[in-house]
Design a protein around this ligand. Structure first.
Ligand SMILES: Nc1ncnc2c1ncn2[C@@H]1O[C@H](COP(=O)(O)OP(=O)(O)OP(=O)(O)O)[C@@H](O)[C@H]1O
Ligand SMILES: Nc1nc2c(ncn2[C@@H]2O[C@H](COP(=O)(O)O)[C@@H](O)[C@H]2O)c(=O)[nH]1
Length: 204
């Protein structure tokens, strides 16, 4: 059964960055439509389909939300195409989107909560160039919709307060894309178990 993993969590927890890294492993992301203006490094069709409010109304969306004064939504075509074609696909969404996707995808969908603390969220939003009004709106939304507490209900939790690569590796492990190296034969490597060492009178 083809699976979809939703990355959820507070603003600036790193959902977008993690999805960008996963793209290097050929793990596709469902691209949503938004009326928000692109950030400096964002590309149309990669991070979002950036559209006007009028255009936004024309798409057949399976879910939509107003978030911080902008509209966001996933088109039916985008979701069904990815579910049909891709063994694993990813999506970043806020709370309402997750609820809608669960209704549609049922047990094809699993959620991964990207956990960061409050202070880190604020610092990253300032660093990202978000202004104070936007930061306040996003924090208010996150508090109101329980985005800091979704670890309670998510299928998986990944902490993203250290190196991004660590969080990415954990997500890869959850979605079954990390293969373990071959098991090493410790005896043939000259490493002794404690009982072997004792029998050879070597301290360990
Ligand atoms: N592990 C990390 N260490 C340091 N900075 C990070 C880490 N992960 C992400 N960031 C930075 O935090 C900021 C927010 O990341 P990102 O945009 O991926 O978060 P997001 O969860 O998608 O946010 P939003 O929900 O607000 O769109 C970015 O500037 C990003 O570079
Ligand atoms: N319900 C939906 N939420 C979405 C969608 N695309 C993104 N998002 C979430 O919105 C916020 C804000 O994103 P930003 O890129 O403007 O900072 C974040 O939580 C995203 O995960 C969507 O199609 N539907």
């Amino acid at each position: 059964m083809n699976k979809v993993y939703a990355l959820i969590g507070p603003p600036a927890s790193g959902k977008t960055n993690i999805l960008q890294e996963l793209a290097h492993y050929a793990i596709p992301e469902m691209v949503s439509h938004t009326t928000r203006k692109p950030r400096p490094d964002e590309k149309h069709g990669v991070h979002y389909y950036f559209v006007s409010k009028d255009e936004f109304q024309k798409y057949e969306l399976i879910e939509r939300v107003e978030y911080s004064g902008n509209l966001y939504g996933l088109s039916k075509t985008e979701v069904l195409d990815k579910v049909k074609r891709c063994p694993v696909s990813m999506v970043a969404t806020e709370t309402n989107g997750l609820t809608q996707l669960k209704k549609l995808l049922a047990n094809r969908l699993e959620s991964i909560f990207i956990m960061v603390d409050y202070d880190t969220v604020i610092a990253r939003m300032i660093n990202r160039g978000d202004d104070n009004t936007l930061i306040n709106r996003r924090i208010e939304y996150a508090n109101r919709t329980g985005e800091f507490n979704q670890w309670n209900t998510a299928n998986y939790v990944v902490k993203n307060t250290g190196a991004l690569a660590v969080a990415v590796r954990q997500v890869l492990a959850i979605i079954g894309k990390v293969t373990l190296p071959d098991k090493v034969d410790l005896a043939s490597d000259g490493v002794l178990t404690p009982s072997e060492a004792k029998s050879q009178d070597k301290s360990v």
